[in-house]
Design a protein around this ligand. Structure first.
Ligand code: NAP
Ligand code: G4F
Length: 349
């Protein structure tokens, strides 16, 4: 019997949270993976180092290339060399708060980076290459009606990160319509994991409270405690990315859990699991979380962590993905928190 040709995937953003889970998934599906890594002064490959372990993964199936999506020539050259079956564009300046400090850079990477990849596919006339765009619930921004958001809800971004993601979203739709490229958007709501970057709120909370419990940190300083988010697990969301590119036609898909939590309720859940009893006092910038066991203030607020314009509410309706992609989240927020706490505690073993 003829051997089936292995599929080739190219992942921009392979060193990030999602890139690492996606690479694991695709290696297990017998893909050949190419990942693009930008140059940095330290290795910055902690999330993918285990993939080169020849016992668990066949390390002949994964290759890393230096590149940067701010550099159109290198992007085109990599795509030309590999001619992948699937391109996953997960690369971005992905921190919303930081996008207020470096708006031009954020737009260059998060918006124009997507354009550079899609232009490369067009110029190289790669008819069979499918493109996945990591779109974001941050595109919804100012939500008027606090119902679950779906593929038809209008966008009103509240940061240059959100504006850039809207550009990249429409660029993918445009290349689909104008040039017939298989370009799909996954509109992913917040997803977290033990591999989440340390300045995103869930990881900051889990890491901070764990360290406070272990006596190596005194206080956790946060911003807006009342934003509502729909938090899923990155491992589940990597599966959705792959399913989106296996669907019979390119399309746009909301991926979410359809559950809502405030930042404060997330803190309370983490604290409870760590057997910490936090009592809340004060309001606004003077709100404090007091540890009932020690009587000490362990959480306070600093206005530097607020954004000039906030996204107050995000909850996603993933019915379309459930119906057509047969995708649904398998990991609850509670289990996500357990996973994140376990990973933090294991650092003390
Ligand atoms: P992440 O951990 O911040 O990873 C971003 C990746 O992009 C990293 O590998 C990063 O490389 C790479 N990157 C940044 N600038 C680059 C450049 N100029 N050229 C090439 N690569 C570059 O983000 P994530 O949470 O995995 O998210 C993946 C994607 O989904 C992002 O596009 C994000 O905006 C989007 N998204 C995320 C969520 C979420 O809740 N996590 C929700 C919706 C959409 P370094 O490792 O060198 O920094
Ligand atoms: O964890 P966050 O920084 O995530 P945010 O802004 O929702 O963005 C994440 O999800 C998007 C999907 O909707 C992605 F596209 C994006 O790439 C990123 O992964 O903040 C969550 C909420 C915000 O309302 C923020 O104001 O937590 C609030 N918050 C309160 N204190 C804080 C803090 N956020 C951070 N990062 N740090 C704080 O101290």
């Amino acid at each position: 019997m003829a051997k089936l040709k292995k599929k080739i995937a190219l992942i921009f953003g392979i060193t990030g949270q999602d890139g690492s889970y996606l690479a694991e998934l695709l290696l297990n599906k017998n893909y050949i993976i190419h990942g693009v890594k930008r140059r940095s002064s330290s290795a910055n490959t902690e999330r993918i180092d285990h993939l080169f372990d020849s016992v668990n993964f066949d390390n002949k199936n994964i290759f890393i290339h230096y590149g940067d999506i701010s550099d159109g020539t290198s992007t085109l050259n990599i795509i030309n060399k590999i001619k992948p079956d699937e391109i996953y564009n997960l690369a971005a300046q992905s921190h919303v708060r930081v996008s207020f400090d470096i708006p031009e850079y954020t737009a260059d990477i998060t918006a124009l980076g997507a354009l550079r990849i899609l232009e490369s596919i067009r110029i190289l006339n790669l008819k069979k290459t499918k493109y996945y765009q990591a779109s974001s619930s941050e595109m919804y921004g100012l939500v008027k009606n606090k119902n679950s958001l779906n593929e038809l809800t209008p966008f009103h971004p509240r940061s240059i990160y959100g504006v850039s993601k809207v550009f990249a979203y429409h660029t993918a739709v445009h290349y689909r319509e104008a040039y017939g490229i298989f370009a799909s958007n996954g509109i992913l709501f917040n997803h977290e994991s033990p591999r989440r970057g340390p300045t995103f709120v869930t990881k900051k909370i889990v890491q901070g409270l764990t360290r406070i419990q272990k006596g190596i940190q005194k206080k956790l300083t946060l911003g807006n405690l009342y934003a509502i988010r729909d938090w899923g697990h990155a491992k589940d969301y990597a599966v959705s990315m792959w399913k989106i590119l296996q669907y019979k036609k390119p399309d746009d898909w909301v991926i979410a859990t359809n559950k809502e939590n405030t930042v404060k309720s997330f803190i309370n859940s983490v604290a409870k699991k760590l057997s910490m009893n936090i009592k809340w006092k004060g309001k606004g910038l003077y709100e404090r979380g007091v540890d009932q066991n020690s009587g000490k203030i362990i959480i306070d607020i600093d206005k530097k962590h607020f954004r000039p314009s906030e996204v107050d509410f995000l909850k996603g309706n993933y019915s379309k993905a459930r119906k057509y992609l047969k995708w649904k989240p398998s990991i609850t927020t509670e289990k996500l928190i357990d996973d994140m706490i376990e990973a933090e505690l294991s650092k003390f073993d």
